[in-house]
Design a protein around this ligand. Sequence first.
Ligand code: GLV
Length: 324
Amino acid sequence: MSVRIAVTGRIPDAGFELLHEAGEVVAWESLAVPTVDEVHALVKGAHAVLTLLTTKVDDAFLDAAGPQLKVVANVAVGYNNIDVAACARRGVICTNTPGVLTEATADIAMALVLMSTRRLGEGERVIRGQQPWQWGMFYMLGSGIQGRQLGIIGMGDIGTALARRAKAFGMTIAYSNRNPVSPPVEAELGAEFMSQVELLASSDVVSLNCPYSTATHHLMSVDQFRTMRSTAFLVNTARGPIVDEAALVEALRTGQIAGAGLDVFEQEPTVHPGLLERDNAVLIPHLGSATRETRAAMASLAARNAVNVLGGIAPLTPIPVPAA
Ligand code: GLV
């Protein structure tokens, strides 16, 4: 029986070259996200599936694919779209794409730190809206970041890469994480490990860089915004549902925090209407890894992972199976 590989969305050619050598490839060609039924029809009989983060991999998906399925290779570092335990129960290996998108995503996080603290979205809207403006000593003043504390929640690869950037901009670094980072990295960054509450209360900018799971669902909600300084900013480049968006809208509206920079949203692609009304929210459409180079590297890595598993070789970047 020939090897069948399904791809649930368009990916760069870099990924396809490898896949074509390994088997017959069926790919979702449209730029529109396929419906659940369309995904299920596409993956039927597949031995490997490359999934995008908009593809839900659950028992229904696995039933639709069939028992021959060996590997689900997510073309993303985040894998909250995949029920990894359900895959493991059926012997399906899951992989993701860490590493190759670290720098691109940290760039976007740093950009959002600058955009939100320096009111760049607001400034752009003035020009594009052809509103009257005039340079002035007190016109559209933002908050400087030099000497200010960036609090990073989730000090993995992306959090650490952001810390390096922020340090170069003169910020001091605090972080909360399951475990402290290694002493050399802590020393290089001058980073201070602290509890999440302490971090929220003392930071001038808080950046979310942790994975999304039931444990981090609405990690930022009413109490957390109350704990933050009224002059502080929130940046989220991780996953939307880590933030209770209704609570964030309230915190921005009432001045409980000074602003936010968001690349991800609770119900993508829908954005909470309250956020759209807030001038102190910078909103961009999930662009963390969106460079040509990064997307090509993600596609290549996902394809390599799938081809390895099909060939009986360990994948380069497997997703750990959660303890039962
Ligand atoms: C992007 O959001 C990713 O998880 O790769």
